[in-house]
Design a binder for this molecule. Sequence first.
Ligand SMILES: Cc1cc2nc3c(=O)[nH]c(=O)nc-3n(C[C@H](O)[C@H](O)[C@H](O)COP(=O)(O)OP(=O)(O)OC[C@H]3O[C@@H](n4cnc5c(N)ncnc54)[C@H](O)[C@@H]3O)c2cc1C
Length: 412
Amino acid sequence: MWDAVVVGGGLAGWIAGIRAAQRGKKVLLVTEGVGTLFYFSGIFDYGDIEGLRHLPKHPYTLFNSEDIAQGQHFVQEICPEYIINETPQSAFTVLGTVRQGDLMPRSMILPDRQEQGRFVLLVPEGLKDFFPEVVMTNMAREFPGWQVSAKRMRVDALAEWVKLGKSVSSIDYSAIWRSEEGQRVLAHEIEEIKRQYQVGNKPQEKIIVVLPSLVKEYVDFSRTKPCIEEFSLPVLEMSSFVPSPHGRYFAEYLKHRFTDLGGELMIGARAVSLNQESPSENKARTCQEVIVNSKGKSLCLKGKKFILATGGLLGGGIKVGMARKSIHEGVFDLPLFVPKEWSEPQFFASQPFAQIGVETDELMRPLDPERGEVVWDNVHVVGRMLAHWDPWTQRCGGGVSVTSGYAAAELV
Ligand SMILES: Cc1cc2nc3c(=O)[nH]c(=O)nc-3n(C[C@H](O)[C@H](O)[C@H](O)COP(=O)(O)OP(=O)(O)OC[C@H]3O[C@@H](n4cnc5c(N)ncnc54)[C@H](O)[C@@H]3O)c2cc1C
């Protein structure tokens, strides 16, 4: 029997699994896919924490400031390149606009706007969905005191591919930058930039190279060297776009952290239902095991605690049929909060369907919204599966997932 079975391998599930394993617990993580890490920009958004804690039933109301800070420090502990600051920091998006965020890697943080200098945008040949002219215009608008120029570059390993007219994805380029060949190409390009702009005796201009698809952090433990060496000029990462290289390497990295701590893993496995102890009257039920379909087999996995991190509507944890009544949570069949109206005509407004999820008590145990009673006493619900929040308009997706995942692991 496991101390905890975590169902779902998105951000919330990995954080819960890693923390529980770090606490010496015997943990199994069962997941069908990678979840919304596929879209992860590389930046953790926490939103206006104090403001959101005043919203009735928002997940942040389940936690105090210390719980939230503990989750943030845990991210920093497992990803030492991430910086916690009192105020939000800023990074370039892949459009050259500026985006704020609460926890981001050191190599993404923008310099002070009041300073002066030059950004040199490296433009990799054939990079899909990357528009250098737009990026440069936006960068110049955001940093009026700075010069912005571009340098096109090619990587021999991809030349044939580009010649055939095929575009190269952000994921492909990020793999190149992390390879030895990529590092050589970058070192060469950066030396050329240095020669071009830092010439003669004129006072040296501050130069920052900006490179899309670069992911410096999430070091593979088996390596003795960092993924990206230091170059002769500072190199700034841009936040990721879909498919997200940051998400790809972060997911891989979380998996390694978890298994290195002794966590057990079932990937490509779907939890479908559960077995329970015989319920007694007036008492929350106890789940004994979840039933998981994996490689054509059905397995019963016993646990003392279960952490449900299946990600709500987008993650696949909530199923919606053609008729509205067919909405349901797919493992424990938990009662869901479902607003009367699902959508709001204004496209960019907060959409009511975002609030769909499971209501819980302060220990994140699922509640029956009508009776206010705990439904399962050894199940904790985390991340996007929680009700009453909206990661898009409230910009707190990473914050809620990390905080709840970490807090659930403390209860194992
Ligand atoms: C487009 C987009 C971009 C975002 N960008 C950012 C960002 O840049 N910064 C930020 O802070 N937040 C961002 N967020 C929000 C944030 O990523 C999410 O709130 C958060 O990742 C949710 O994590 P989760 O672990 O709860 O769910 P998910 O990431 O959805 O993971 C759910 C997991 O459960 C698995 N699963 C589902 N059902 C089962 C089952 N029955 N059995 C086994 N496994 C199952 C899925 O395969 C998946 O692995 C973004 C969200 C979206 C949609």
